[in-house]
Write a protein that binds this ligand. Structure first.
Ligand SMILES: [Zn+2]
Ligand SMILES: [Zn+2]
Length: 115
């Protein structure tokens, strides 16, 4: 039985076009850019929370850094989820909704809305 695994975009999860290269990870250039940006954000986060990251890696007890969502200005604790699902420890925003909103805002800004 031939096992045909449907490969999906690493960013948005939609199926990749059939016959796409093995190295292909994203369905579109937009997704690739988005993934790259998020990666940058995460790297920045790890840099600014080094102690927490080290404690996590070494299994030491740690205090969760409190973060402020840049979109809705609400406070939340790292690793804590609002909607019942577990959150990545390196998330920047309180919810996926805020993350999407931040992304959209950035995009509209970079598209030259200002005169
Ligand atoms: Zn995609
Ligand atoms: Zn928020």
């Amino acid at each position: 039985m031939a096992r045909k695994s449907v490969r999906t975009c690493s960013q948005c999860g939609s199926p990749l076009p059939e016959g796409s290269r093995r190295s292909r990870r994203y369905c579109s250039a937009a997704c690739r850019t988005k993934a790259w940006r998020w990666k940058r954000e995460r790297e920045e986060w790890w840099r600014s929370n080094k102690e927490f990251a080290a404690a996590l890696r070494e299994g030491r007890p740690y205090h969760r850094p409190r973060q402020r969502c840049p979109v809705c200005k609400g406070w939340w604790f790292t690793g804590e989820a609002t909607g019942g699902n577990r959150k990545r420890v390196d998330a920047l925003y309180c919810s996926p909704r805020c993350r999407t909103r931040a992304y959209r805002q950035r995009r509209s800004r970079s598209e030259g809305v200002t005169p």
